[in-house]
Design a protein around this ligand. Structure first.
Ligand SMILES: Cc1cc2nc3c(=O)[nH]c(=O)nc-3n(C[C@H](O)[C@H](O)[C@H](O)COP(=O)(O)OP(=O)(O)OC[C@H]3O[C@@H](n4cnc5c(N)ncnc54)[C@H](O)[C@@H]3O)c2cc1C
Length: 454
């Protein structure tokens, strides 16, 4: 076995997909015997949508997305929608879809077997590989990737500290059905700021899903009817609870994402308050970054594994940073001084430059190396950039008719194209990150990211 993935959440399953695409022998072990249809993450942000699109996975997700025409993302629940359109994306609004549906689609597409009901309880690593005990099985592989979530067993088994801040509140997220509603209950989904409400010490957000179904997030922790009555009045009656979970606002991040032959990704590496729908997205993006690098190492092409930590630690650190700021604005017990700051910040959000900056940050569209998904024409006809990255290989896109070195043909597709763009030539990694655009010899960038030519 080449890679063991612990955890079949969105991070582990994205990684499984990437490794399967690259022909790496992979085993996924998952503690749960079956997927729980529990709503956790509910928003796929624009950059994640672009990455899923690059693998041909987005259409299936869009087909199951909630028919909710959001007005754009938000920062700290402030009432000014974030407009990602200036970032030239085909997905300017967050896509609303329950996390378990994303997981289902990822698992189906990956085509790898998930060994369910196997909990990792022991990890031993040496110079050659990692031995994992999961349930009654002992599995040996060259690498282990811990995608086992916020309470990562593997983090604890390795004794890796998870520094950060304790949570300050506990809240509840539930998928429910209401038998009657008061006028205070939102009639339709709109911008998130129109769906939140506070009454005394209680705060809540009711998102209409379909007919009498709602997604209810509230705090402080109490039983659901009590919170409904407090926030939306006696007339609002609970008929059914489909599922519910508790969450908090602890903020932590690993100092190192690599510990020998063990890598950490997703919530196992970073946790933060669920403000602005970031966690699932960070995990999927961690996996996209790590997958092809593991494959490149295992295929003996190049060892760029340490760049995984270097590239993925900063975006999560940034999410920890901005969710801390958002927490100030979104707090139900906001201080009067912070209230004044919130008013001024709300006005600033109406300025196009400020709005664009925050839209880029919250959607992930401002991450380094992103190339917008533009239209182009190749010898096979009209297409777009994302469609050329389906194979999970590197892409050398030439907007001329030049000859290119052929020693990387087994790893990098060379495509000649015409486009209404100001590019000469682009070298794009399998994870959609631009690594060369004409400065310096292309062979240097090819060797650095794809290894020696054959
Ligand atoms: C209320 C709430 C709302 C959220 N909203 C959003 C949102 O809108 N958008 C967004 O992007 N994110 C959101 N998030 C965050 C998102 O849900 C998480 O970031 C995401 O689930 C992380 O995915 P993961 O695969 O890293 O971890 P997880 O989804 O936690 O998956 C880890 C998996 O590992 C398994 N596991 C654990 N221990 C072991 C073991 N020892 N052996 C084997 N398997 C094990 C678990 O059973 C689980 O299946 C929200 C979270 C909460 C709580």
């Amino acid at each position: 076995m080449d890679v063991i993935i612990a955890g079949a959440g969105p991070t582990g399953l994205t990684l499984a997909h990437e490794l399967a695409l690259a022909g790496v022998r992979t085993t996924v072990v998952e503690r749960l015997t079956e997927r729980i249809e529990q709503t956790k993450g509910g928003a796929v942000q624009a950059r994640t949508a672009e990455l899923l699109d690059m693998r041909g996975l987005l259409d299936a997700i869009l087909a199951r997305a909630l028919p909710r025409d959001t007005e754009g993302g938000h920062f700290g629940l402030l009432p000014v929608p974030l407009d990602a359109k200036p970032w030239r994306t085909r997905h300017p609004k967050p896509i609303s879809i329950p996390q378990w549906m994303v997981e289902e689609e990822l698992e189906r597409a990956a085509g790898v077997q998930v060994l369910r009901g196997l909990e990792v309880t022991r990890v031993d690593q040496d110079d050659e590989g990692v031995t994992v005990t999961a349930g009654s099985r002992t599995i040996r592989a060259r690498y282990l990737v811990a995608c086992d979530g916020a309470h990562s067993t593997i983090r604890k088994l390795l004794g890796v500290p998870f520094p950060g801040r304790e949570g300050t509140y506990r809240a509840v997220l539930a998928d429910i059905r209401l038998s009657s509603v008061s006028d205070l209950v939102p009639k339709q989904a709109g911008h998130i700021s129109t769906l939140t409400r506070q009454a005394g010490e209680h705060w809540g957000m009711l998102v209409p899903i379909d007919g009498d179904r709602y997604r209810f997030t509230f705090g402080p922790e109490s039983d659901i009817q009590t919170a409904l009555t407090a926030i939306y009045g006696e007339e609002t009656r609970l008929a059914e609870v489909f599922n519910s979970s508790r969450f908090g606002d602890a903020t932590r991040q690993l100092e190192q994402y690599r510990h020998g032959r063990v890598f950490f990704a997703g919530d196992a590496a970073h946790i933060h308050p669920p403000l602005g729908g970031q966690g699932l997205n960070l995990g999927v993006q961690d996996a996209m970054n790590l997958g092809w690098k593991l494959a490149a190492k295992l295929h003996g092409h190049v060892d760029v594994l340490d760049s995984y930590h270097d590239e993925r630690h900063p975006p999560a650190a940034r999410v920890l940073h901005h969710t801390a700021a958002q927490r100030v604005f979104a707090s139900p017990n906001i201080e009067p001084d912070a209230l004044a700051l919130r008013d001024i910040f709300t006005d600033l959000l109406r300025l196009p430059d400020t709005n664009r900056y925050l839209a880029g940050m919250m959607s992930g569209l401002d991450l380094p190396g992103r190339v917008p998904d533009f239209d182009l024409v190749t010898a096979d006809g009209p297409t777009r950039l994302a469609a050329l990255l389906r194979s999970g290989r590197g892409l050398l896109l030439d907007f001329g008719e030049r000859e290119w070195p052929s020693g990387w043909a087994d790893r990098v597709d060379v495509v000649h194209a015409k486009a209404d763009e100001d590019y000469d030539a682009l070298l794009i990694r399998p994870d959609g990150v631009l690594c060369w655009s004409g400065e310096g010899p292309v062979t240097r960038a090819m060797t650095m990211w794809f290894g020696q030519p054959v």
